[in-house]
Design a protein around this ligand. Structure first.
Ligand code: ZN
Length: 344
């Protein structure tokens, strides 16, 4: 396969979502030159009195943050999901169908420092963030009203992130979100057909081929997925079967933090800027059941294409027909490996 990757336009199948991406390698043969763009805006202060996530400051809802030293978790003052009220909506009509959705939205500050981001935090502090995710995931598993806990990070204004203070969110819902149901049914069908979890097989194949692997440590692999849509899209995947982050031991927690920190530091060296992205963990639902088909993984979707300011847009053909990319997953992986060596 690694020899036979076509140089003419072709389409690739995403076995997780069962969608296709159109790849047009002939359109950009241009090599990456490690473009130097101005570093983002200016240096941020360590503390910003106007930031609603800094220690001791008041949030928009009027509540005051404690003087936290490490991570800090609170329920979002403007949650998109609210706990069930008892009154439920159920419109059962082929054309006008709707149902109640309930849940809990939390915000997790990674650090009291307004100016830090994951790549520049100490590894120990990044692993403290991963430990909070594990605790929160386990807590949601104990709630009958929650089926899924979506952990995600929006970084950078370009991704609509309203505050540069390092943080992520968890939206926990009573039902499985749409993308999660797709990935669940794809992984379930694969396990049924082949007897092994899809993403365990996938990681082994990527480790054999090595062409799309960006980084690996003892327990995790960072890869540009074969079916990537965004120019520098990546996934962090475990080398062995882990249905959720609750299955991480202390060594795996540290290794996962290392992969997260290393990847985001690598990203910052691609265009010499603070690299924006949306990232998030997909894993087993928090409901009972064995969920054996699931392999936990973290997706990274960065929008930048050619420089700190040139973003990929999903417009035209992509909005109406299918996503398309020019830079192949293989050349993106090569660029990321070079950026990784620059970051060292
Ligand atoms: Zn996924």
């Amino acid at each position: 396969m690694e020899q036979g990757l076509p140089q003419q336009p072709h389409r690739r199948f995403n076995p997780l979502t069962r969608e296709w991406v159109l790849v047009s390698p002939h359109r950009t043969q241009r090599p990456w030159q490690g473009q130097q763009e101005a570093r983002s805006n200016s240096q941020r202060p360590q503390y910003d009195e106007a930031c609603y996530l800094c220690p001791g400051n008041s949030r928009a809802g009027g509540r005051k943050n404690p003087q936290f030293n490490g991570t800090f978790v609170f329920t979002n003052d403007f949650s998109a999901l609210l706990p069930a009220t008892g009154e439920s909506i159920s419109l059962d009509d082929p054309l006008f169908s709707a149902q109640s959705e309930s849940g809990i939205c939390k915000v997790i500050c990674f650090s009291p420092r307004h100016d830090l981001s994951v790549p520049y935090m100490d590894l120990e502090d990044v692993s403290a963030v991963v430990r909070v995710w594990i605790e929160e995931y386990k807590a949601f598993r104990k709630m009958d009203s929650i089926a899924y806990a979506q952990i995600f990070e929006n970084k950078g204004q370009i991704m609509g992130c309203s505050n540069p203070h390092p943080h992520c969110q968890i939206w926990a819902s009573a039902d499985l979100p749409y993308v999660v149901t797709q990935e669940q049914s794809s992984q379930g069908a694969y396990l049924e057909q082949y007897g092994t979890p899809m993403l365990v097989d996938y990681v082994n194949r990527e480790l054999e081929q090595k062409i799309r692997v960006v980084y690996e440590n003892e327990y995790f692999v960072v890869v540009v997925p074969f079916w990537a849509v965004w120019p520098y899209e990546t996934m962090i995947l475990p080398k062995s079967h882990h249905r959720s982050i609750a299955e991480f031991g202390p060594d795996e927690t540290m290794a996962f933090a290392d992969a997260y920190k290393t990847l985001t530091l690598t990203y910052d060296h691609v265009f010499a800027c603070e690299f924006p992205y949306t990232a998030g963990i997909h894993q087993a639902p928090t409901t009972a059941g064995n969920h054996d088909a699931w392999q936990m993984h973290m997706h990274f979707y960065p929008p930048l294409l050619r420089s700190a300011t040139v973003k990929k847009f999903m417009v035209g053909y992509e909005m109406l027909a299918t996503p398309q990319r020019d830079i192949t997953a293989e050349s993106a992986a090569e660029t990321l490996r070079r950026a990784l060596s620059l970051s060292r």
